[in-house]
Design a protein around this ligand. Structure first.
Ligand code: ZN
Length: 202
């Protein structure tokens, strides 16, 4: 069983996300949309060392550094922990699951969500709507706390701004997130929430 603690200190030190904030991503950036340690996990490359493909699944995450092209649309897809795949595909899809190094395809028009080798899981194989592949307007972009475009729009209309990101940050600080098994992308949704507010405001 996986016993890793899900806390910011662990994620910053262990996952070592380089994206955007680089090493600064390990510290909260006040007044910045870049957020906290938690957001550091949204980067594209993590590294687990000392694991062998297959044998250590499912107790140890595989190497998540390898990006691959989606077999359906050809776009470069981001690695995702197989735990996320197992947690989010439907029961019938899970029955054909095989351990592997999975990637998540975010291409809106592509029906593939996860793939690894010859395995492919489509939007119809995933138990929740994958917002990247849904039409803009009402989408829930935060799978832990339900922040969504419809509420953002109402909030902006009523108050001139959306506090969605601030709310998510509070939940992150309280260690309430379960992004690994709730968000189809398997990572913190804060950056997605921030981007969604901007889209809705535009
Ligand atoms: Zn694709």
């Amino acid at each position: 069983m996986r016993t890793r603690p899900i806390d910011a200190a662990w994620t910053a030190e262990t996952w070592g996300w380089p994206r955007g904030t680089g090493i600064m991503g390990r510290r909260p950036l006040r007044g910045s949309d870049r957020g906290s340690d938690h957001t550091a996990r949204t980067g594209p490359s993590v590294h687990f060392s000392g694991h062998t493909e297959g044998v250590t699944e499912p107790c140890c995450p595989p190497d998540l550094t390898t990006r691959s092209a989606c077999p359906q649309c050809g776009a470069v897809a981001t690695p995702v922990d197989s735990l996320t795949v197992r947690a989010l595909v439907t029961p019938s899809a899970l029955k054909r699951f095989l351990p592997g190094s999975f990637c998540f395809c975010a291409t809106p028009a592509c029906g593939t969500v996860y793939f690894s080798g010859g395995q492919q899981y489509l939007t119809t194989d995933v138990g929740v709507p994958v917002w990247q592949k849904e039409p803009f307007g009402e989408r829930a972009v935060c799978y832990c706390f339900g922040e969504n475009e419809a509420d953002m729009r109402r909030e902006i209309a009523a108050t001139g701004a959306s506090a969605a990101a601030a709310r998510v940050r509070e939940h992150i600080a309280a260690k309430r997130c379960a992004c690994e098994i709730r968000n189809p992308r398997g990572v913190c949704c804060l950056a997605d929430v921030i981007a969604a507010v901007k889209r809705v405001q535009a």
